[in-house]
Ligand binder design. Structure first.
Ligand code: NAP
Length: 348
């Protein structure tokens, strides 16, 4: 067992599930957050604090501050680095809001690992956004499905800056790791959905579900596809990567390919009380060019390279080497819709 484990981003949507599962499995966890005092007062974590008093400790650390992860690393055996902003809409300064925290943050965390001889393995939350930039990128490859040998070469600070932040951070991580004694594994999830343990709504995953159930896309949805995956399965994949001796390299972590309309159709079955809000039709592409930039901040360039092209990821490696099993997508949507309702994130 690679315990103690330093977990960055454990206050976020995905990170909270990783934290919960690590504690359930008996790990000692050092949680880093920008504001531990604030974190300790949140209802969801208070339960974990009282249940796992001796196993959970808190450290203040900021991705942008050099050396700020040093203290948390002393004597730790494993690191799961999840912290990174996940934002697609409303970005004013991509460098400041996305790229710097992702890249400088990864460098900071890994430099602290380097300074500390005790760490054996680092699991980095990358993304399928590091594997491809636009759905049309599949044409760059001989395969019909994205796999772990593919890299996003089409994103930039101007086009798909979030994806650029993820591929730049992952590349930096592999470069720092070369010739180092600690092992690096990356988990590259598709679009994550499923219930949140916190009431936060800043992750694009939560925003998407809230918007779908609040009627934001009632007029219709663009013909866009996601490779979707359940947040609980992604968390389990991180821990499997930490534990498996044979784990190596990158792991695409996705379950199924769904269009937004297919997600909406399934959601109508799982949230019957919100059917009057959930979209029922797909916008013809010419209308998507008018509505999608206004509704979801998609640029024309993005639409041109993604509309109507299914995004498929090969999950054979993660299933075979890490034994990850993916739950039914209907369970994901049911649990997610129930959670946002229960947590009061929906309009009446
Ligand atoms: P989230 O809920 O917004 O969580 C982001 C986490 O990063 C929070 O814990 C936040 O901590 C931390 N963070 C952000 N900026 C920071 C900074 N400057 N210093 C320290 N911590 C900082 O997002 P999420 O959806 O769970 O995403 C988590 C990870 O999964 C990210 O690496 C993201 O790229 C990756 N991912 C997400 C998806 C998805 O569909 N959600 C898909 C693929 C990959 P604070 O509490 O301090 O704000």
């Amino acid at each position: 067992m690679k315990s103690p484990v330093v977990l960055t981003g454990g206050t976020g949507y995905l990170g909270a599930h990783i934290l919960n599962q690590l504690l359930e499995k008996g790990y000692e966890v050092r949680l880093t957050s920008r504001n531990p005092e604030k974190t300790k007062n949140e209802a969801w974590i208070k339960e974990l604090i009282s249940k796992y008093t001796d196993k959970l400790s808190f450290f203040a650390a900021d991705l942008e501050e050099k050396g700020s992860f040093d203290e948390a690393m002393i004597g730790a055996k494993g690191v799961i680095h999840t912290a990174s902003p996940f934002k697609i809409e409303g970005i004013k300064d991509a460098k400041k809001e996305l790229i710097d925290p992702a890249v400088n943050g990864t460098e900071n965390v890994l430099n602290s690992v380097d300074k500390n001889g005790s760490i054996e393995k680092v699991v980095l939350t990358s993304s399928m956004a590091s594997v491809y930039g636009d759905a049309i990128d599949i044409e760059l490859h001989s395969e019909e499905v994205f796999n772990e040998t593919h890299w996003n070469t089409s994103s930039s600070i101007k086009h798909q800056p979030y994806s650029f932040s993820k591929v730049s951070a992952e590349r930096a991580a592999w470069s720092i790791n070369s010739n180092k004694p600690w092992k690096l594994i990356t988990i590259n999830p598709g679009f994550i959905l499923g219930p949140s343990l916190t009431k936060r709504s800043d992750s694009t995953s939560i925003k998407f579900m809230v918007d779908m159930l609040n009627g934001k896309f009632k007029t219709g949805v663009p013909n866009l596809y996601f490779a979707v995956v359940d947040v609980r399965d992604v968390a389990a994949a991180h821990i499997a990567a930490l534990e498996a001796e044979n784990a190596s390299g990158r792991y695409i972590c996705c379950n199924a390919t769904k269009s937004i309309l297919e997600i909406a159709k399934e959601l109508r079955l799982q949230a019957p009380d919100r059917t009057n809000k959930i979209p029922t039709r797909q916008l013809p592409n010419w209308l998507a060019y008018i509505f999608a930039p206004l509704l979801a901040g998609f640029s024309w360039n993005y639409l041109k390279k993604n509309l109507g092209i299914p995004v498929r990821g090969d999950n054979a490696k993660i299933r075979k080497e890490l034994g990850v099993e993916f739950r039914q997508f209907s369970d994901t949507l049911l649990a997610h819709a129930e959670q946002v309702k229960k947590d009061g994130l929906l309009k009446q």
